[in-house]
Write a protein that binds this ligand. Sequence first.
Ligand code: IVH
Length: 668
Amino acid sequence: MSNTNIAHEIEKLREELNQHNYSYYVLNSPMISDYEYDRLMDKLITLESEHPELFDSNSPTQRVGSDINIEFQQVKHKYPMLSLGNTYNEGEITDFFNRVVKSLDEPFEIVCELKYDGTAIGLTYENGGLVRGVTRGDGVQGDDVTVNVKTIKSIPLKLKGDYPSEFEIRGEIYIPHKGFEAMNRERAEAGEELYSNPRNTASGSLKLQNSKQVAKRPLDCYLYYLLGEELPADNHFCNLEKAREWGFKISENYKLCKSPDEIFEFIHYWDKERHNLPYDIDGIVLKVNSLNQQKRLGFTAKNPRWAISYKFKAEQGYTRLLSVDFQVGRTGAVTPVANLEPVQLAGTIVKRASLHNADFITALDLHLNDMVYVEKGGEIIPKIVMVDMDSRKPKAEAVRFITHCPECGTELEREEGEAAFYCPNRQSCPPQVKGRIEHFISRKAMNIDGLGAETIDLLYSVKLLHDVSDLYSIHPMQLIPLERLGEKSARNIIKSIEKSKSVSFPRVLFALGIRFVGETVAKKLAMAFKSIDRLEQATLEELIEVVEIGERIAGSVIEYFADERNREIIEKLKRAGLQFELSEQEAKTDSQLLASKSFVISGSFAKHSRDEIKQLIEKNGGKNSSSISSKTNYLVAGDKIGPVKLAKAEKLEITIISEDDLLNLIQL
Ligand code: IVH
C-alpha cells in the first residue's frame, strides 16, 4: 500500500470505529458484534503502530488509557464554572419564576431537565476534535483530566456535522447503577470494602492518576450546556438538539414549559419516575431558554439568575430502632446492621439499615429504641441519617460496638487505619468458614452446582464440611440421608465436585479466597508464578514486581501462605487432584528469548504503554524489577527517564536499551 492509501485506510478505520462507538455507547444500539469491533480495532492498532507518523491523539485507539501516572495541571476555565442556586419546594420555584417575569417583562420559556448526580465536566472542542476536559475545581480553575475523559466511550473524540470551530460543552460524568453494582460485586469477591455510592465513585474515578484504570470504570456522561461565541441557535433547547447531531449524549428527558404549573408537572412526574432510571438524579434543573434573555438576566456572584435547581427530597422514613445485629462476613469484617420497625420508603418496606462501622454509630450517638430518620440514597441499603433526640426515652441504652465475635466469641481486632473491626479466628469462625466455602464453589471460582448457602450450612452443621478440602472426600451415601437432598441431587453434586477438579489454576487460586485476590489479580499471579508452589515461595519484593500487584495484595498473599492451616488445605486439595499449576498451553510464553534476564523500565514509550512493555518482557520469559541492582541485565529507557535510575545504571555498567532495541530482542 502506498503511504496515501495507508493514511486513507487509517482514517477510514477511525471513522468506522467512531461510528460504532456512537451506536453502542450513545444510541445503545450496536451495529456489529464485539468480535467484529475488536477486529477493526486490532487492525487500526497494527496500522498505527507501523506508522507512528500518522499518530492522532483523538484516534479511537487512544481510549484505552495509559498507565503513566500523571499529576493533573490546573487550568483556568474560559467561562467560570458556576453552580446553581438550590430550591427545595414549589414556593421557591414560583419565586424564581416571578423574579424572571419581573426582570424580563416579556414572554419567556423554561427548559426543565434532569439534574444528574455525578461530577461536572467542561469539554472543549476545536475544529471538531476534543482538546480538553476540565473538572469544576473551585469554579475558576479545575484539573485538566483530558486523558481520563478520553476513556469514556460516550464522549465523542471527533464530531460529526456542522459544529462551530470552537466551543465548550458541559455535562455530568456519572456511573450507571448496573456498572456500580458490578464494581462492588468485584470488590466483594476480593474481600474489599465496598464503594459507598455512584456519585463519589464517579468523581474519584475521574481523578485517578492512571488512565488505564479509569478506562476500566463504567463511566458515562450526559451533556447539558453549550458555551461559545458561534453557537448554532439563539436558544438552549435548539443548541442541545444540535449537540446531539454532532454526536453528544443528550438526554431525551427534557421539556419546554411556559408556566409554574407545567414545571410542577415535570417535577412530580420525575420525582416518581426517577426510581426507574438506570442512573441517579437528585433533582430537576430549570433554565431560561433564550440565550439573549439569559444574558439580560445575568449572574449573581455565585449563580446564574436564569437557572435554578430543584432538589428532590431524599425520601425519608421515620421509625424506631429495635436492635442492632453484628454480621460477620467471609473476610471476618464485622458490619453493624440496624433492625427497624418496618417503614414504607421509596416504594419498598424497609426493616434494616446499614450502620457501616463503629465510628458511624458513635457519630450518630445511637441509643436503643431511638426514633430515627432513614434515607435511601445512591447506597445499596438504606441508612440512618439522624436520630430524633427529643424522642429519646430516659435511661435509654447506648448502642455499643461489640468487643467479641458474636459467632465464635473471639476478641475482635481493628487494623490501624481501617474503619472495620475483624474477627481474627479465620479457621473456625462459622460464617467465615461457610462464607469461604460459598465463595469457593461460586460460578466464577470452582463452579460447583447444586450446593447453595443452605446446603453448605447443613453440611457444616452435621460436620461433613470443615473446610473446602472436605468437599472432595464427601460420598453420595453421606449426602442422601440429609434433609432435602434426594439421591439424584446428591449424585449431581458429587458429579459437579468431580468436574471441578479440571478447573484451571487461575480460578482455583481465586477460589481460595485470599484477601484482595479477586479474579483479575488471581490471573495475574497465576501467569507470573505459574504454580502454587512458586507463588508460595515468592517474596514480598517478587510479588510487587508483578504488573498491577501492590503492597497490600502482596502482603495478603504472604500472610495467607504463612498460615500453616492454609498450607494444609492446599496439600489436601492437591491430593484430591485440583489444578495447582498452569497447563502447558496456559503457561506458554510467546518465547523464551528473554529467559533468565532481569529488566528495569523507566520513562514513557512511544509505541507501547509501560504496562504493555512489562507484559512483553514477561511473555517472553523475562523478569521485571522496579529497582536497579547488580542483578539487572537491561534498563529499558524511554522518554523522560528518571536521572537517578540512569546514573545508577551507568555506574553499575548495565546495558541501556531503547524500546526499539527491546522489540528487536524479541523479534517484533
Ligand atoms: S447546568 C450555569 N444542567 O448540578 C449552569 N447542571 O450546581 C450550569 N448538574 O455543577 C449547570 N445536571 O454539575 C446543569 N441538567 C443539568 C445538570 C447540572 C446536573 C450539576 C452540575 C452543576 C450542579 C449545579
